[in-house]
Design a protein around this ligand. Structure first.
Ligand code: ACO
Length: 398
């Protein structure tokens, strides 16, 4: 670990932009009741969910994440080339590698950014936020985009009524920016209990678990989500209160100082039980799962984005975000809200131009790499190849 630098001034990680995206298609409880034996009344009463959005074949995790990230950059009025890091929290990546964050980085034209995915199920966004904030505080980076993006509909068993009713697809994003004025992310609590890993499970290519043909189809490379709902319900109710209290203690504030709590949107009854345990009014909790269902890692940034759009937070307000889910993993952060950013410096047009050139640049780079490979194979001419490689590097630097 690096020695603390006594001369470096404090840097604070402020949330300066937010955005969200959901697929076009809205699916009602009645639509689900046409697939499995359930009803609108049961789903509303037991979960609070009325509708959710379900991706079509072209609406991928990266595309939803990209739309949310663009909206967040717009609010922050930051250019893609000013971004140093992109973290995408997801359990439904487009590939194991390349990371979904790398795909988003390329489509954004964030040519100076590092990018990686983070896996912590429904707590992923809180984990990613703290990771990016620590990098900002250390001085390693100044600006990060933190995304939660999911296409949960692709890994659901649409015959299992205890899970397929709960989830939806979508993405949310924030821009974190390092500044000298105090505020932004004040504290974080990140926890895990891997002994509960079988309570919420989405197997993948390396799984040893060959005795679950209901979850793993190796021939078709398909994997399904499994959940023991009752156990997860009890766990969620316990850890929301516990971790929010701990995060408030570390931040040096009382729980009653919180203007808003943005919890993972799993089940309205879990959130109401947590409110009772914390002796808080239910309206301190931001709730929008009625519209979107449980979008896993995307649920907290989507709810945060709507809270900001509804002006439920003013500059200087304390708020908390709290996630829980597969791992088992959970976590909470306390934030002092930084308010709406200063008036525009760059305007939308310059960003639109960067997005357009990002798409063109990706094609040119692929084309140049192919030519380079062909030259390499049929006629090795060192001078020409070196020139081509230099051209590719130049494009990468722009
Ligand atoms: N429609 C109608 N009946 C249903 C349905 C349905 N969709 N689903 C279950 N039932 C039935 C059950 O079969 C059962 O019937 P029985 O009594 O005849 O056996 C009855 O309803 C009660 O079942 P429970 O499982 O006890 O229902 P419960 O009230 O616990 O609700 C639910 C189930 C909604 C899944 C709840 O347990 C829950 O929300 N759990 C938490 C999920 C969660 O928080 N996940 C977050 C993490 S996700 C992540 O990390 C990826």
């Amino acid at each position: 670990m690096a020695a603390p630098n006594a001369t470096r001034p404090n840097i604070y990680a402020h949330i300066v932009g937010w955005g969200m995206a959901v697929p076009e298609r809205c699916m009602t409880n009645d639509d689900i009741a046409a697939i499995v034996e359930t009803s609108d009344e049961w789903i509303r009463a037991r979960t609070g969910i009325h509708t959710r959005y379900i991706a079509n074949e072209r609406e991928t995790t990266a595309l939803l994440g990209l739309r949310a990230a663009r909206e967040a950059l717009e609010v922050a009025d930051i250019l893609p080339i000013e971004v140093d890091l992109i973290i995408c929290a997801t359990s439904t990546p487009e590939h194991i590698f390349p990371s979904t964050a790398s795909i988003i980085q390329d489509m954004l034209g964030a040519s100076k950014a590092g990018a990686f995915d983070l896996s912590a199920a429904c707590s992923g966004f809180v984990y990613a936020l703290q990771t990016a904030a620590q990098m900002i505080r250390s001085g390693a980076i100044q600006t990060a985009i933190v995304i939660g993006a999911e296409t949960m509909s692709r890994i659901l068993d649409w015959q299992d009524r205890s899970t397929c009713i709960l989830f939806g697809d979508g993405a949310g994003a924030v821009v974190l920016h390092g500044r000298a004025d105090a505020g932004g992310l004040m504290s974080a609590v990140l926890r895990s209990d891997g002994s509960g890993r079988d309570l919420l499970d989405l197997p993948s290519v390396g799984s040893l678990d060959v005795n679950r043909p209901d979850l793993i189809n190796r021939e078709h490379q398909t994997y399904k989500l499994y959940m023991e709902g009752g156990e997860v319900f009890k766990f969620g109710t316990r850890v929301i209160g516990e971790s929010v209290r701990q995060a408030c203690d570390i931040a040096g504030i009382s729980i009653t100082d919180l203007k808003l709590i943005v919890p993972h949107q799993a089940n309205e009854r879990i959130i109401h039980a947590a409110a009772r345990a914390l002796k808080l009014e239910p309206d301190v909790f931001m709730l929008n799962l009625d519209k979107y269902g449980n979008t896993s890692a995307a649920s907290i940034p989507i709810a945060l984005c709507e809270a900001a759009q509804q002006e439920r937070l003013q500059q200087g307000d304390y708020m908390a975000m709290v996630g829980f889910g597969g791992g088992l993993a959970w976590g909470a952060v306390v934030v002092q809200w930084s308010g709406v950013p200063e008036p525009k410096r760059f305007g939308t047009q310059r960003r639109q131009f960067i997005y357009l050139t990002a798409a063109g640049r990706q094609r040119i780079r692929t084309f140049l790499r192919r030519i380079s490979e062909t030259f390499n194979r049929i006629r090795p001419q060192r001078g020409r190849l070196q020139r081509l490689r230099r051209n590719i590097d130049k494009i990468d630097d722009e």
